[in-house]
Design a protein around this ligand. Structure first.
Ligand code: SF4
Length: 399
């Protein structure tokens, strides 16, 4: 398929692998920020084909995963009300709250609908003036512009029975929190190309300068990810730290300026809870004063709902690279994609779910803390020749 096959070419992949092998002289830990990149890495075995000195750490960029349990419970509370049509993208319907999920709400009479755009939800509100129509607005900078546009259109068309349950999160503050942590092990980052297609690359320049950490913007196909890794390693080996755009077919330095203007009009920056990580200052968006009347949280008075996370989940350590998913004692036992205990098992883009789905089930000594040698022991057991074909699968919805 044009624009996909050429980014999954096994011969080209073999050459980039060989190049990375040739230039790598020291151990480096590189974080792929986005869950879509994690998925591509695990699905194609990229981490198993890299030189032993390079470790990939799976980042927090899975929008479904980082949405706090309390927000899911708020959605379930609102969706259960008889006067509500609750709209969401399909990936949120099976995400469990404390006691149930949106599918179960629908099976017991709740009007829960899957839409392909928040603008469809606005139209539903116009068609059902006797109902309250709520859209579940979660995710990163990627999905936020369409959600912002829906609120803007609702205001312009005086659709007063429309509102949004907002839990948007922002990537740069999460990177800042990770590199500021005393336990940080990350030497360089692969930034998510779809986020940068909206927000541009410029937001990452202060992080590169302040923390002297290479950041390479890249995409989601195997060759995109490999080229990103290659560029990060070149910088690390040279002792340099630059922002590079390895995804120019999609990302422009300035990003999508009209979308940024729309976001700045509808949203304002706020502190935000990240599932598995905790609160990160100024890492989210909420509706600005002008649009606050469209806030479902206050319209349905669910702000006080708080939901404790599992005490045995170690997803915070997974997200910081301190353990691999299969080093969590609950991995594949109490915690599976059907019954997830934590953030990184909730969505297929989460690191724990990716390890489960692609059968990375070899569980090291659960009492051991992470070290590169332990992890490599698992990976070496299934190391493939560098000429192995790159697997092909449909891309997941991201952001
Ligand atoms: S396997 Fe489950 S319990 Fe363990 S860290 Fe991952 S999400 Fe948490």
């Amino acid at each position: 398929m044009k624009y996909l096959d050429e980014f999954r070419d096994p011969q080209l992949a073999g050459r980039i692998f060989a190049d990375i092998e040739r230039i790598t002289t020291k151990p480096w830990a590189i974080m792929e920020v986005c869950g879509g990149q994690t998925h591509a890495i695990i699905r194609n075995g990229i981490d198993q084909l890299l030189p032993e000195q390079i470790e990939l750490i799976h980042g927090p960029g899975c929008p479904v995963c980082v949405t706090p349990l309390g927000v899911i419970d708020k959605a379930l509370d609102i969706a259960s009300r008889p006067d509500v049509i609750f709209c969401s993208f399909g990936d949120m319907l099976r995400v469990p709250g404390t006691h149930r999920d949106l599918f179960q709400v629908r099976s017991t009479g709740g009007d829960v609908r899957v839409v392909y755009s928040p603008l469809d939800a606005v139209r539903l509100a116009e068609q059902h003036p006797d109902k309250q129509v709520v859209f579940f607005a979660i995710g990163f900078e990627t999905t936020a512009p369409a959600n912002a546009m829906s609120v803007h259109q609702a205001e312009q068309r005086h659709v007063t029975n429309y509102s949004v349950l907002v839990s948007h999160v922002l990537v740069p503050p999460a990177i800042e929190a990770l590199v500021s942590s005393p336990t940080n092990r990350v030497n360089g980052f692969l930034a998510a190309g779809h986020v940068c297609s909206v927000m541009g690359c410029w937001q990452y320049e202060p992080l590169v300068e302040r923390f002297h950490v290479p950041i390479v913007v890249t995409g989601f196909e195997p060759l995109d990810v490999l080229e990103g890794i290659r560029r990060v390693v070149i910088q690390l080996e040279a002792g340099e730290a630059r922002l590079e755009n390895a995804y120019p077919r999609v990302v422009q330095h300035e990003g999508n300026v009209p979308a940024q203007k729309m976001l700045a009009d509808v949203f304002e920056v706020c502190d935000r809870q990240w599932r598995g990580i905790g609160e990160i200052p100024r890492s989210g968006w909420r509706l600005s004063d002008r649009y606050r009347e469209f806030d479902a949280e206050s319209r349905f008075d669910v702000s006080e709902i708080k939901s404790p996370e599992s005490s045995i989940c170690r997803s915070g350590e997974v997200l910081q690279g301190l353990i691999k998913p299969n080093q969590c004692e609950a991995f594949g036992k109490e915690c599976t994609p059907r019954k997830p205990l934590g953030a990184t098992m909730v969505s297929s883009e989460g690191a724990c779910a990716a390890y489960y789905q692609y059968r990375r089930l070899d569980v090291p000594d659960p009492s051991s803390t992470f070290d590169a040698a332990t992890s490599r022991g698992v990976i070496d057991a299934v190391r493939l020749p560098s000429t192995a074909p790159i697997a092909v699968a449909m891309p997941a919805r991201r952001g």
